[in-house]
Design a protein around this ligand. Structure first.
Ligand code: PHE
Ligand code: ZN
Length: 879
């Protein structure tokens, strides 16, 4: 069908002219096609104005029958085009019946109903339901659903949809059927259906409201032994939401289905979540600590959506952050309570800087509530999700936790069962707290990362310390001349001895302050100040901004050692390291000799020596920024990125530090072993992290590097340790590294998720022949361009996780990616669009990389009939 995608604008939003009171579906699964019968009870709204036609979305649907109030319509009475179905003349109240045929086996875009291995499953968010049946596929149209599924009983013994299972029927010819009813009116994007031969892990949860809930996790039979951690995480999340937000589950079953073929992480369909199997399946032999963490947080995220997303949903897709920003905030808080708050904060900020800040500074920059989109799937972004969560966090900080909880209660009281907007959320917070959030709302409409400048001045005579805060909000595509925003800045001061100083601010004595900057510039006065106070600003990263201070290395070293906010201890270390690296890069450009600054070495050495006080924090401080993080640092400083320069300087620093701190790293490697069986708990995770970080540093030592890695490999008894060793071994030109890879793939060839790791470590190898290896691996029997996890593991990992080898002067890896993107354009545009985004920062690069990337983008752009997904990203990158 020809593509007629067009821009959608927030300003054009209008409610639908009809009411939909009930949706009944009958889905009949056959050998190679599926027949979908849908009955809609429709009535024209009283205030609908002139009596226009009825339009229903519908794509790639083969029409078998359309009837209105039981009367079969002739083809002259409706119009089908690439977007949907128009009925020109409909009464004020009627029932519409449609019967269509669809072909899930041919659906490689994994949107709508598709085949995933032996099972059939759906993905409807954002606009996939229209590939299943004709429907008002928009989130503000909500209805209760009754769904009958019919299929061959042997091939599809398990038939699932949203809500509660009703009657089961055995039919002729080995077929059976099951009816599901979901009493909670929902938009089509929350619809789900699964059919397959699946194993099920069951458990129960008793809600605070007295409902007995059956918890069910469905997987392929061979994965039945990998669901225990997901189940445990689910129960923790259910309990936490009752404790912290007073929110209980509301149906008698909560189902999770794991599939290997999934575009995203997971999906919160009402009562029937569908998950990428990487966020469900884990056991110590096959999953790393990071996998265990990811599962706990994604399981919680989808569960939390039942209230923030499903019970209260979005009025239109521009409001996506209403449910995503809020739900990410909730899952972050959950993880903070389950694991370690400060560690979680450090990791989240690191990922915000790695993904969202560059997005906000690039061609795809948009506010957390976008104003326009060509393809909605392109707006499931770090901005909507992660900056969206930061915005919720700032509200929490500004109004305080009690008011925030009251605001949440009020939000549900007002809007339960409705489709609402970001504005409705802010209004509830405002009303519950009595705080004026009018300027704060700019966070929803202005894109770009604000820059916050801070400086201090001491009036010695009066003992007053003046702190000046000043902000600038940068221009972004389509937005310039922005207004100053509300920036909550958590602040404390430390004496030279490292004591947290008590000062008088606005008449009150305290040792920690919440400053709220609401204008372009403001001076804050603190009484009782002495000389030499060191400010600790933006503690816990209280606002998503670029902070610029003039703190000297000595002050930073003090904060690194003494700050009571772990986040700012880490941050002080980061600034010291980044400053050093920027200096070295300048030396490199000027062809000066490179030196490792003693002060940095001493500071890191102290952290390492004291690592057992807080191994997790030490590990974060002692993990140097990646090359990609350094690209972002340079881009933010407006220094053109030269990949060999970053590579050379970072390697210089790594090798020098590894050498100078060798004894300490060796000691850490021994001290942080975790004896006994693998347990996923914060203390053990932290110890493994320190130990494997030590292994990383030791692997940099000439002569002994590989031996150390190889010995660690032989000793490894869980996937975390095995992957730590394997991911280091792949950099070496040593036959034993090949043997390790072979042994690994022989052992795990049947396990798709572990094979993803196997592809990924090879794609991340620093060996110069890696691109060749990646190309060869595309022919491996376990690889498939149709499987998003595989594409991400091999191609995604190489292009975005191996920047030095991806950014070659001759641009050959760019051609490689461009070709893959064009392939994906016809297989799976959503995945293709994520891949092509690697080129987004092309303008921040030096020549010749910059022009070579532009050339690759233009080559993609020149293809006719590009999917809207890829066309939108490429168009904006070039525009
Ligand atoms: N709504 C899902 C989540 O954040 C993400 C998702 C979006 C999944 C679109 C699939 C498709 O939890
Ligand atoms: Zn979500």
């Amino acid at each position: 069908m020809t593509d007629t995608a067009s821009m959608h604008y927030l300003k054009d939003y209008r409610p639908w002219d009809f009411d939909l009171s009930e949706t009944r579906m009958d889905v009949s699964i056959h050998e190679s096609s599926v027949e979908v019968r849908t009955r809609l009870m429709l009535s024209r709204k009283a205030d609908a104005g002139e009596k226009g036609p009825l339009f229903l979305h519908g794509e790639d649907l083969e029409i078998l029958e359309i009837s209105l109030d039981g009367r079969l319509l002739s083809p002259k009475e409706f119009l089908q085009d690439s977007r949907g179905l128009t009925l020109f003349d409909v009464p004020d109240a009627f029932s519409l019946f449609t019967r269509v045929r669809i072909f899930p086996d041919e659906n490689t875009a994994l949107e709508g109903l598709y085949r995933a291995g032996e099972m059939l499953c759906t993905q409807c968010e954002a606009e996939g339901f229209r590939k299943i049946t004709f429907y008002p596929d928009r989130p503000d149209v909500m209805a209760p659903f009754r769904v009958r599924i019919e299929a061959d009983k042997k091939r599809y013994p398990v038939l699932l949809s949203n809500g509660n299972p009703m009657e089961r029927q055995d039919l002729d010819e080995g077929r059976h059927a099951l009816v599901w009813e979901d009493p909670y009116p929902k938009p089509s994007y929350l619809f789900a259906l699964v059919a397959g031969d699946l194993a099920c892990l069951k458990d129960r949860f008793h809600t605070a409201e007295g409902l007995d809930v059956s918890l069910e996790i469905y997987t392929e039979h061979e994965n039945a032994d990998k669901c225990a951690h997901a189940m445990k995480s689910l129960k923790k999340a259910m309990h936490w939401d009752e404790l912290v937000f007073g929110l209980s589950y509301d149906l008698s079953t909560y189902m999770i289905v794991a599939t290997n073929d999934f575009n995203m992480g997971a999906m919160e369909n009402k009562g029937l979540n569908i998950f990428n199997s990487r966020y469900v399946l884990a056991k110590p032999d096959t999953a790393t600590d990071m996998d265990f963490e990811g599962i706990e947080s994604v399981i919680a995220h989808e569960y939390f959506h039942n209230w923030t997303g499903n019970r209260v949903t979005v009025k239109n897709w521009f409001q996506l952050s209403l449910k995503e920003g809020l739900t990410v905030f909730r899952d972050q808080e959950f993880t903070s309570d389950m694991q370690s708050r400060s560690l979680k904060r450090i990791q989240d900020v690191r990922s915000l800087r790695a993904r969202q800040f560059p997005e906000d500074a690039g061609p795809m920059a948009h506010p957390i509530r976008p104003e326009a989109y060509l393809e909605m799937n392109n707006f499931y972004t770090a901005t909507v999700y992660d900056k969206g969560a930061e915005v919720i966090r700032m509200i929490h900080t500004i109004i305080g936790p009690e008011s925030f909880r009251r605001g949440m209660d009020l939000y549900f009281k007002r809007h339960d069962g409705r489709a609402v907007t970001c504005e409705d959320f802010v209004a509830a917070m405002e009303d519950a707290s009595g705080k004026d959030l009018s300027r704060f709302r700019l966070w929803y409409s202005q894109a770009g990362t604000p820059v916050l400048y801070a400086s201090t001045e001491l009036d010695k005579e009066k003992s007053i310390l003046y702190l000046t805060l000043k902000q600038e909000v940068p221009d972004t595509p389509g937005q310039s001349g922005k207004k100053p925003m509300t920036l909550p800045v958590k602040t404390a001061f430390f004496t030279e001895k490292g004591e947290q100083a008590f000062l008088k601010f606005k008449g009150e004595k305290a040792n920690a302050f919440l400053l709220v900057l609401e204008s372009e510039e403001e001076i804050f006065a603190f009484e009782g100040a002495s000389e030499g106070l060191v400010p600790s600003l933006l503690r816990e990263f209280s606002a998503p901004v670029h902070l610029k201070t003039a703190l000297g290395d000595k002050d930073l070293a003090l904060l690194l050692a003494m700050d009571t906010d772990s986040f700012n201890r880490w941050e002080a270390g980061r600034i010291l390291i980044n400053r050093t690296l920027l200096g070295l890069m300048e030396d490199y450009r000027e062809k000066r000799e490179l030196h490792l600054p003693e002060a940095l070495l001493a500071a890191l050495g102290t952290v390492l020596e004291n690592a057992d006080r807080d191994p997790a924090l030490a590990a974060e401080i002692l993990s140097l920024p990646t090359e990609m993080e350094l690209y972002h640092l340079l881009a933010a400083e407006r220094i053109p990125v030269s990949p060999p320069e970053v590579h050379g300087v970072r390697n210089f620093l790594l090798d020098r530090i590894a050498f100078e701190l060798k004894d300490l790293w060796e000691r850490a490697f021994e001290n942080f072993q975790t004896p006994g069986d693998y347990v996923f708990r914060p203390e053990d995770v932290a110890r493994r992290k320190m130990k494997n970080l030590a292994l990383f540093w030791l692997s940099r030592l000439p002569d002994t590097g590989f031996e150390t890695v190889y010995r660690a490999w032989e000793k490894a008894h869980c996937m975390t340790d095995r992957m730590a060793a394997l991911s280091l071994a792949v950099h070496f030109d040593d036959q034993r590294a090949e043997e390790m890879l072979d042994a690994f793939s022989r052992q795990f060839e049947k396990d798709a998720l572990v094979m993803d790791k196997w592809f990924q470590v090879q794609a991340l190898s620093r060996r110069p022949d890696t691109l060749k290896r990646v190309s060869e691996l595309m022919a491996h029997p376990a690889f498939s361009m149709k499987n998003p996890n595989k594409v991400r593991a091999l191609i995604g990992a190489f292009c975005s996780g191996n920047p030095f080898l991806f950014h070659q002067k001759d641009g050959s890896p760019y051609d490689f990616l461009a070709r893959r993107v064009l392939e994906l354009d016809s297989i799976n545009p959503q995945v293709g669009s994520r891949m092509v985004s690697v080129f987004n920062p092309w303008k921040t690069f030096a020549e010749p990389w910059r022009s070579a990337m532009e050339k690759a983008l233009k080559a993609i752009d020149s293809k006719k009939d590009l999917s809207p997904d890829i066309r939108e990203v490429v168009g904006r990158a070039l525009g």
